[in-house]
Design a protein around this ligand. Sequence first.
Ligand SMILES: [Ca+2]
Ligand SMILES: [Ca+2]
Length: 158
Amino acid sequence: MYTNVLVFLGSIVLANAGCPDGFMSYTDNCYAFLPVKASWAEAKTYCEAIGAGLAVIESRQESDFIHGLVQREHNAISTSQIWIGGTDLIEEGVWLAPDNRQKLTFFDWAPKEPDNLNGQHCLAIFNYGSLLWDDNRCEVHNYALCKMGGDSSVGIIG
Ligand SMILES: [Ca+2]
Ligand SMILES: [Ca+2]
């Protein structure tokens, strides 16, 4: 617990350290909320355009940090979910990271999700209540959360 507190304080002191303008830092990563409604694939492209990727959330601690970040954007997100990194488009029920195709190992599903209702293959954070996760139709227009490795230069490919 003590270590967690120290890490938490450190993340405040170092807020934005090593991150581009508009990004928030947490551990070794940088995060940016994109208040632009787009399909999951478009959101992925937008994140890549700023040198990041759709945020793959990998732990309880990281998900809790994201909840705090999202709650600060409450007005912006009240009408929209937020796309994050994860899709089961290739194989139903097998969730892969958007870039390296690694299987996701951490999930923060809302109750009764994922339900794959009428074919839902893209990962989003609900825009109300607990901010837990939903699978939604990839063509729905949502906001996006981008993530960039702060300790490695993630360049724009091309
Ligand atoms: Ca699905
Ligand atoms: Ca769903």
